[in-house]
Design a protein around this ligand. Structure first.
Ligand code: HEM
Length: 188
């Protein structure tokens, strides 16, 4: 039997976030390696900050979707511990995403540089404070490591469903599925 799929709203938000998060990792890891005080630093940092702020919207929408909808059930053949692990992994995903956006925003507001949102300077809501900056910077960086590890587990599990279990769980979140049954947008 074909597994029930996620609603198109959830699928669209999921893949939009994949795109934004991969871009943020690419920029994040690239920009911290640029020599400080050179012109590209400000450009790439502000691009990262701007895209990070944009990502807040799909993050909030996806969390809202998840809170107001029940995801399609996992196949009964799946061991209970794996269903539980998936649930915990997804919960940690949401927590990490919120922590990443909030900590990035806070750390940026406790330096004199602030945020130029795609070129427009945003009002700085903090003040220059190295200690506050450092605390939120560490939170941001370590959460990015935890989130990367969670993503690796998530991708490995998804590929196991696709290649080993072949139970349709992978296709539930795949945008180009053909005849999968879709959970109604209004079904809660
Ligand atoms: C889902 C959202 C986000 C992700 C996945 C993300 C990811 C990352 C990563 C991977 C790094 C490099 C960490 C390292 O290895 O040193 C980084 C650094 C940074 N991010 Fe983000 N970020 C996000 C949102 C934001 C937001 C919203 C802001 C600010 C508005 C921001 C500001 C910064 C800053 C200032 C740094 C530089 C830290 C340093 O210089 O050590 N980030 N981010």
């Amino acid at each position: 039997m074909q597994a029930q799929s996620y609603a198109p709203t959830a699928v669209a938000l999921h893949w939009l976030l994949v795109l934004l998060v991969l871009t943020l990792y690419g920029l994040g890891w690239y920009m911290v390696g640029i020599p400080k005080g050179t012109p590209p630093v400000a450009y790439f940092y502000n691009l990262h900050k701007s895209i990070g702020i944009v990502a807040a919207l799909p993050i909030v929408l996806l969390i809202w979707w998840r809170v107001t909808h029940t995801p399609p059930p996992l196949p009964g053949s799946l061991p209970a511990w794996q269903a539980r692990a998936a649930h915990i992994n997804h919960l940690l995903f949401y927590i990490c995403l919120v922590v990443l956006v909030v900590s990035g925003f806070v750390e940026s507001n406790f330096t004199r540089f602030g945020i130029r949102f795609f070129g427009y300077p945003l009002p700085i809501v903090g003040w220059e404070d190295k200690t506050v900056y450092r605390i939120f910077n560490r939170i941001h960086v370590y959460t990015s490591y935890v989130f990367a590890a969670l993503m690796a587990i998530h991708i490995a599990a998804a590929l196991k469903h696709l290649l080993v279990n072949r139970d349709g769980v992978f296709q539930r979140m795949w945008p180009w599925r053909s005849h999968a049954r879709t959970l109604s947008e209004t079904e809660a």
